[in-house]
Design a protein around this ligand. Structure first.
Ligand SMILES: NC(=O)c1ccc[n+]([C@@H]2O[C@H](COP(=O)([O-])OP(=O)(O)OC[C@H]3O[C@@H](n4cnc5c(N)ncnc54)[C@H](OP(=O)(O)O)[C@@H]3O)[C@@H](O)[C@H]2O)c1
Length: 308
């Protein structure tokens, strides 16, 4: 067991997630996606106390839940050690859905209920810890969806429900039609995506005591990949991130995660690397001390200007 333990974040329903999560979006793109390789990735997370795994029905053209489920079937004891987050409502143009002729969102009770059943079966668990509505659906019938989600919790298929990419008004609308509380909003948030600090998403989550899950916390890798690309935020940030990483005895990824985790909105980074040596260091973020002025130095480099 690694000495790094990332800790937990309490949800409004009294349950908890690990302080960081591992996202499986890119799992099917990895070179080594055997059951043993995926078990090794899961073990590397567990060694750091990372027990929360972020899925969506659509990941890997509807294949990633299955891939992860094969690992769980190989080691059923994992079910008691992890939390499963998954999402629904995006309908991709896919060979798996031959009747879909346009990419769209579907928050109808029929689709959401069937999607939950498919996710349970693919992952091979009896209950999903958190189901997120993946994107706001302009055709969302909030009363119908809210009742459906409440029923799915009451039936024991879901432990909790949240949203993703929702603006405060979308969240309020859905919440107003539910008896159970929404648990989180999962949004794009990183040094390369700072809009939520000022557009109300983080303020709203704090007001409602909902932790925020940050997707693409490294900007999908651009924070590292563009470090030498002139004119990019990544290039502006790179020297300062490197200096802070050196001082903390870690790498720039850890500093960038510590920057997110320092914020009082209880931001939970959903990490996307599938390389075992990178996964094994996710928890280094908890070793990095971040003070107010350092936070602002990085914020201003990210935005390309001083705060007013
Ligand atoms: N709710 C939503 O709408 C939504 C949308 C997108 C994603 N998500 C969730 O968020 C998770 C994370 O998203 P993400 O994968 O974009 O996260 P990310 O952590 O920002 O980016 C991961 C990517 O960065 C690369 N990377 C990591 N460290 C690197 C380094 N030191 N140098 C160069 N490249 C590096 C990884 O490649 P390697 O694998 O080679 O390390 C991987 O391709 C997803 O898995 C998914 O669960 C949710």
């Amino acid at each position: 067991m690694s000495s790094t333990q990332v800790g937990r974040l309490a949800l409004p329903n009294g349950r908890s997630l690990s302080r960081m999560a591992y996202g499986v979006w890119r799992l099917s793109e990895t070179q080594d996606c055997t059951v043993n390789a995926n078990l090794a990735r899961i073990d590397a997370c567990l060694a750091q106390g990372i027990t929360t795994f972020d899925h969506a029905d659509i990941y890997g053209n509807y294949s990633c839940e299955d891939l992860f489920g094969q690992a769980i079937k190989a080691r059923p004891s994992l079910k008691d050690q992890i939390e499963i987050v998954t999402k629904t409502d995006i309908m991709l143009l896919s060979d798996k859905w031959p009747d879909t002729r346009v990419k769209h969102y579907d928050t109808s009770p029929a689709h959401v209920t069937a999607s939950v059943d498919r996710s349970l079966s693919r992952i091979g668990v009896d209950v999903i810890d958190l189901l997120l509505i993946h994107r706001p659906d302009p055709l969302m019938d909030a009363r119908a969806l809210g009742t459906c989600l409440d029923n799915l919790i009451d039936s024991g298929k879901l432990r909790g429900v949240g949203v993703s990419n929702f603006m405060p008004w979308d969240t309020d609308l859905l919440q107003s039609c539910m008896k159970h509380r929404l648990q989180t909003n999962q949004i794009e948030l990183s040094l390369l995506s700072t809009t939520p600090f000022t557009n109300g998403q983080l303020a709203h989550a704090q007001q409602h005591r909902m932790p925020v899950m940050a997707w693409s916390p490294l900007g999908g890798g651009r924070l590292l990949a563009q470090a030498h690309t002139p004119g990019t935020a990544a290039a502006r940030l790179a020297p300062k991130l490197a200096e802070l990483a050196l001082a903390a005895g870690t790498d720039t990824t850890a500093v960038a995660m510590a920057w997110l985790m320092h914020h009082p909105a209880q931001i939970l980074p959903v990490m996307g690397s599938n390389q075992p040596q990178r996964i094994a260091r996710f928890g280094d973020a908890t070793h990095v001390l971040m003070d107010r002025q350092t936070w602002y130095e990085l914020y201003e480099l990210a935005n390309g200007h001083e705060v007013p």
